[in-house]
Design a binder for this molecule. Structure first.
Ligand code: ZN
Ligand code: ZN
Length: 170
């Protein structure tokens, strides 16, 4: 199975490369990464200065065919949530991850590229897991556990627990 990784804005090469190689290795997907494109300005919520994740997914679905993962540096939100690290159709072909709040600099901490990469890889695998039909997992170390904060992201690892893993390959 192939997945298209769409650069929404300018995403560090190291982040894109790490996500692509993890998706190839852990999920056996073949990957293709696009040139950067911008999320249409009309989608921006000017009051919140954030983009609604459902409309970003809709935008991706109008522009790309097949399994598609958008990576953006813009801040995303969804109904009833102040922000989301990502969102996906579950199951479906479209997912998006925001690296905005995965970046230590967002919290006024010093830049840490490795930490940003590690978090982005986890959230990308998480959203692709949703695309493949997985729901949230109650095991806190499983990549499919829900993350409310970067602390939650740091607590889990980039792999599926045995039970989630089994459900993917069935
Ligand atoms: Zn989730
Ligand atoms: Zn799990």
């Amino acid at each position: 199975m192939k997945i298209t990784i769409v650069q929404l804005g300018k995403i560090p090469e190291s982040v894109l490369t790490a996500i692509a190689s993890e998706l190839r290795e852990s999920l056996n997907l073949s990957t293709e990464t696009t040139n950067p494109i911008e999320i249409p300005k009309e989608i921006l919520n000017p009051i919140r200065q954030q983009y609604p994740a459902p409309l970003v997914l809709k935008f991706l679905s109008e522009k790309f065919k097949g399994k598609t993962l958008g990576i953006t540096d813009k801040d995303l939100y969804a109904e009833n949530l102040n922000f989301v690290f990502g969102q996906a159709y579950c199951p479906g072909n479209y997912a998006v991850v925001s690296i905005c709040r995965l970046n230590p600099t967002f919290y006024k901490q010093k830049p840490n590229e490795n930490l940003l990469i590690e978090r982005a890889v986890k959230e990308a695998v998480h959203e692709v897991g949703h695309m493949l039909g997985l729901d949230h997992c109650t095991i806190s170390t499983c990549v499919m556990s829900f993350s409310n904060t970067v602390g939650d992201v740091d607590r889990k690892n980039k792999n599926f627990c045995q039970s989630c893993q089994r459900r993917i390959w069935v």
